[in-house]
Ligand binder design. Structure first.
Ligand code: MN
Length: 740
């Protein structure tokens, strides 16, 4: 723990005329007030305010800020009072400590109004003295640094709060160094797996490219020196959280990121900044569209720098930030750089550089507080500005969920919990039913309805913008796909076993797992399902006497008889089974594999020429490695599989009435070849709630033509309705289903 003298030394180093007595009194006061209190880590509580004060000495803040930091938890957590502190340390410090006390109750997991009120308090406290914000940020930083001692749930909550409030606030105030550290620590607290993955990737990148940074630094330094410019060039990795955000925002993989490393060129004067640019742009090739001049047009938070990206140096593109040391100080420390202790004059708002635009923003924001708006309106306004790239929504219980702009109800559901996302079937936004893909707005109250029967499909990925939701959807569809393959696998084996008059059991298979180098029964079933392992191989492993040909070619009279009431118990279907050579024993209907999921990545596809919709009698055809294709049983395309009985699979629809999934079907419409017909046909189809996926034309004669239209419909009834309505249209002479 930091000792009394350490703290005093730290202050004296940048402020030789500091009031040592004041600092010592603060140390002793805090030590006695906190007494035997301990932190969750087991350390004496006093270590916390001292470390917070130490962070502020790094920013070279005035002694009132340092003392306030040492005392910041005394009013809230000990018997100390504002009056005590005023008496001993004066009203300036008393005011700072009181401001910090008010902020201590800021808690995101609160009723919405309470939260708005807390945020308002934060800014009001800051309004009285911006140093409150600096101490508060240092306080949060130290708490984040020591977060590993609290429960995972609390860690996550505090991390989220930091990402939502404190890190953006630090950024808005131009304090990049603190913002980076807050984001990095929160990232690890909120998304530990993602943070670990990125850390691993960076580590391996460092192994492979470690020397590149040094070489680029050297090349640039030398090129500048040759032109008489003395510059310090520093290369560094991007922050893991900003890498993650970029991957999320652009939905790209780590490997696709081209700018993991950034380089800073520090010079003394502004003209030198532009001279550096001249040298660099002459020597290497510039990446168009990446040059930005934040020196002539500083950012809102006073950030000034030249940005450019070049190629031809190092392995990747190289991002350069060129600035003076003074600009760098502001870039790193922002408002704190303006609040520097100057010439022995105590700080305070008056000591702030009046040009600080971050401070101007704060003032403007706070003025709005006095314009009689409600807390909620105020929150809305302020947050819109502070978090202009975010939307803030609430659960019915008032929990705040912050999402990126454009986020949907489905993002919201996944932000609440992965299970809530996976089960989402509907949503009420501000009490009204809305689509799950509807974008959310600030202040929306979002209530997600769920069902355990819901199935996640890859199409959901199109409905979300957050990485968390996308990753969860991928995981769920991967699992669903595997589940389906397992189902297929078991089904395929059942059929194969029956053919050789064996009874299928999971247990029997376990003995051959090592033969296939499979860790579990599920692995083996999935491998059979996707065709990696054939049923013949499994049978060969279990009963070496049975030859492959016999498995495939064996006929069984009993099985054939059973097949009459086998496939779906329908004579039409059964007659098809009779056409299948060797299909001696079709599976019984109750063993059939349920079909639900639709989507490109799923194990299930629909017949390429015509599709299949609920209501159709269907059959599945297995393609090894690809999964299963569903055909309506009347499809003429099925003939090509007649000689491959092992690929046929009994399937049935498993579609809930309350889940309106769309399924593909193809129709052909013969209509008058005149203006407006296509529009009329499309409108008519659209009005029934169907989607049109594709339209093709075949010219028949000058006045008539065929339109081949791929539609997505709910079921056979829906499709019939469309066809009936089309036929009723005066311009349509014929409307039929293809393959139907
Ligand atoms: Mn504290």
């Amino acid at each position: 723990m930091m000792r009394q003298m350490d703290l005093v030394d730290r202050v004296l180093r940048y402020n030789p005329s500091a009031n040592e007595d004041l600092l010592n009194r603060a140390y002793v006061y805090a030590m006695r007030a906190h007494g035997t209190q301990k932190r969750e880590s087991g350390d004496p509580y006093l270590s916390h305010p001292l470390e917070v004060a130490a962070i502020l000495t790094d920013m070279k803040l005035d002694e009132a800020s340092i003392v306030a930091a040492v005392l910041h938890d005394t009013i809230e957590d000990t018997a100390a009072t504002r009056e005590d502190i005023d008496t001993i340390f004066g009203p300036e410090i008393g005011g700072l400590v009181e401001g910090l006390t008010k902020l201590k109750r800021l808690d995101l997991v609160n009723k919405r109004t309470a939260q708005a009120e807390n945020f308002r308090k934060l800014l009001l406290a800051v309004a009285q003295d911006v140093r409150v914000l600096l101490v508060k940020l240092a306080d949060r930083l130290h708490n984040m640094r020591t977060l590993n001692h609290v429960s995972p749930e609390k860690r996550r909550r505090i991390g989220e709060e930091t990402l939502e409030i404190y890190a953006p606030l630090a950024g808005r105030m131009g304090m990049q160094a603190i913002r980076d550290e807050l984001e990095d620590l929160s990232f690890r607290a909120v998304m530990p797996e993602a943070a670990a993955t990125i850390a691993e990737r960076l580590e391996s990148l460092r192994k492979n490219y470690g020397g590149v940074i040094k070489r680029v630094e050297k090349d640039i330094t030398e090129a500048l020196a040759a032109q008489g410019i003395k510059a310090q060039v520093v290369g560094r990795e991007k922050q893991p959280y900003s890498i993650w955000r970029k991957m999320e925002r652009k939905s790209i993989a780590f490997e696709q990121l081209s700018d993991i490393y950034g380089f800073r060129v520090l010079v003394e004067t502004t003209p030198e900044c532009y001279a550096v640019l001249g040298v660099v742009h002459t020597r290497w090739q510039i990446v168009p569209g990446r040059f930005k001049d934040y020196i002539s047009l500083p950012k809102e938070n006073d950030y000034r720098s030249l940005h450019t990206t070049i190629v031809g140096i190092g392995e990747q593109r190289v991002e350069l930030q060129v600035r003076t040391r003074a600009m760098h100080d502001i870039a790193e420390n922002g408002i704190a750089a303006h609040a520097l202790y100057k010439d022995g004059v105590p700080g305070g708002p008056g000591a702030l550089n009046s040009e600080s635009r971050a401070y101007q923003w704060l003032r403007r924001t706070i003025e709005r507080l006095n314009q009689g708006t409600t807390s909620e309106e105020f929150l809305e306004h302020t947050k819109l500005e502070l978090f202009h790239d975010k939307v803030f929504c609430f659960t019915p219980k008032g929990r705040l969920i912050a999402l990126p702009q454009g986020a949907t109800s489905l993002d919201f559901a996944y932000a609440v919990h992965t299970d809530v996302g996976n089960r989402a079937v509907g949503v009420k936004i501000n009490g009204r039913i809305a689509p799950l893909m509807a974008p959310l707005h600030n202040g929306d109250e979002v209530e997600i309805a769920g069902s355990t029967k819901q199935t996640v499909t890859p199409a959901w990925e199109q409905m979300v913008v957050t990485g968390k939701a996308r990753a969860a959807i991928r995981r769920a569809t991967r699992e669903a796909r595997r589940e389906q393959f397992k189902g297929f696998g078991r089904q395929i084996l059942r059929v194969a076993f029956e053919k050789i008059e064996k009874v299928y059991s999971d247990d029997a298979l376990k003995s051959v797992l090592p033969r296939f180098a499979m860790a579990s029964l599920d692995d083996l079933l999935a491998a059979v399902g996707d065709g990696e392992v054939s049923a013949g191989e499994v049978i060969g492993a279990l009963w070496p006497d049975y030859k492959k040909e016999r498995v495939a070619g064996r006929r069984s009279g009993a099985g054939a008889k059973r097949s009459v009431d086998g496939w779906f118990g329908l004579s039409r279907a059964a007659s098809l089974v009779f056409r299948v050579p060797g299909a001696s024993s079709p599976p019984r209907a109750h063993e059939s594999v349920p079909i639900r999921g639709v989507g490109e990545d799923m194990a299930v596809r629909f017949a390429p020429n015509g599709g299949a919709v609920p209501g159709d009698r269907i059959v599945g055809i297995i393609t090894p490695g690809e999964g299963i294709t569903i055909y309506p049983i009347q499809s003429p395309d099925l003939v090509q599989f007649d000689d491959q009985p092992e690929r046929w699979l009994d399937v049935r629809w498993d579609v809930e009435d309350d889940q309106k999934n769309l399924f593909p079907a193809r129709i052909v419409v013969t209509a008058l070849n005149e203006p407006g017909t296509l529009g009329a046909v499309a409108t008519l189809i659209g009005q029934t709630g169907a989607n049109i996926d594709n339209i093709g034309f075949v010219a028949l004669s000058p006045d008539f033509r065929d339109m081949i239209i791929d539609v997505s419909v709910w079921d056979l009834k829906h499709l019939d309705t469309i066809l009936r309505q089309l036929r009723a249209h005066p311009a349509v002479s014929k409307a039929e289903r293809v393959n139907g």
